[in-house]
Design a protein around this ligand. Structure first.
Ligand code: HMG
Ligand code: MG
Length: 301
């Protein structure tokens, strides 16, 4: 398998990164983050979620954020939609791409979206139909692909079955989520080989949380398996409210450093990206979670 020459990064910081924050974050700060990211050259930003505000209060202002961002031509601005109600709210906000999210483990499905895996897939059918009618693209997520915080090990075949269903119902791409960041490079390659028998590799993406510090290694392993789309979060922000202790996604800066070193094209400006991460970290009063960003900032002095 050839390593891809180009990689598409899906920036999930404004959604996956901020959803777990307990402190209020203003709409203006969220809008600034999205605009800073697109200014740095990110071509795909997950801006927010149209989920129940009782479940994820931080995403309640997503409609306002969508109303105020400066939409750049050629950039995809996406949102999570767990059901038809969320999809309709997304459409009202002018969203052109949504993501539905399922899990490969039953317990996580119940904790995250209050239904079984089978029920969640049934719930997505009307979303897919409505999306088709509105000309809206749908991305699919599978969570807990390399382990579940409640059920432990998750067989790769179980992940493949859920990914195949999402693909068959019309998701143009399926992102494989290592929600708790326990995966290792060997397990990642095994997972891709198993899921790759059911969904073409060029329709798969990797979504690695960095809880155990393995995300960059897992991305490298995925590149060797021909995967060319990765989700990442500027400054390594985030976590999932329903996966206690899980840290943020792999930092976008760390992935970019890996890809730049391998001569893989992304179109992203590292300096502007680091600035975007620093600005939101200052808003949150947090240390930057990207080791690459910290090293670059130390060099700048
Ligand atoms: P439920 O309580 O079973 O829903 O929640 P329900 O249909 O019974 O409705 C209950 C109430 O919620 C009703 O309001 C609905 O109107 C409202 P009430 O009558 O009580 O006032 N409601 C909504 N409100 C706004 N937007 C909606 C919506 N739907 C219903 N779309 C539900 C089910 C799916 C809604 C809930 O469990 C939920 O919102 N879950 C979201 C959880 C979430 O966002 N988790 C984080 C994102 S996933 C993630 O981080 C993983 C990922 O990064 C990949 C990885 O790392 O693995 C993607
Ligand atoms: Mg995630």
């Amino acid at each position: 398998m050839n390593v891809p020459k180009k990689v598409r990064l899906v920036e999930v910081g404004p959604r996956d990164g901020l959803q777990n924050e307990k402190q209020p974050i203003s709409v203006a700060d969220k809008v600034r983050l999205v605009d800073d990211l697109t200014a740095a050259g990110l071509g795909y930003v997950e801006v927010g979620s149209f989920v129940s505000p009782k479940w994820v209060p931080q995403m309640a202002g997503s409609a306002e954020v969508f109303a105020q961002i400066q939409r750049k031509a050629g950039v995809t601005y996406a949102a999570l939609a767990p059901n038809l109600k969320g999809f309709e709210a997304a459409v009202e906000s002018g969203v052109k791409e949504v993501a539905v999210f399922a899990a490969a483990s039953e317990s996580f499905s119940q904790k995250n979206i209050n239904c079984s895996i089978a029920e969640s897939l049934e719930r997505f059918v009307p979303v897919m139909e409505a999306a088709k009618a509105h000309g809206i693209s749908v991305r699919g997520y599978v969570s807990c692909v390399l382990g579940c915080p409640y059920d432990g090990d998750v067989p790769a075949e179980q992940v493949a079955a859920v990914a195949a269903e999402l693909y068959a119902m019309g998701c143009y791409e399926v992102s494989l989520g290592d929600t708790i960041g326990t995966g290792t490079a060997g397990a990642t390659r095994h997972l891709i080989n198993v899921v790759g028998t059911r969904v073409p590799r060029d329709k798969l993406a990797g979504h690695f949380h960095d809880t155990f510090g393995q995300a960059v290694a897992n991305i490298h392993a995925s590149l060797l398996e021909g995967i060319a789309v990765f989700d990442s979060s500027v400054a390594g922000l985030g976590g999932c409210p329903y996966a206690k202790g899980a840290t943020g996604n792999v930092a976008t800066e760390d992935v970019l450093y890996l890809l730049n070193g391998m001569g893989i094209e992304t179109g992203i400006d590292m300096g502007k990206l680091v600035d975007a991460g620093q600005r939101i970290c200052a808003v949150l009063g947090k240390e930057n979670g990207s080791r690459v960003a910290r090293a670059i900032l130390a060099k700048r002095g």
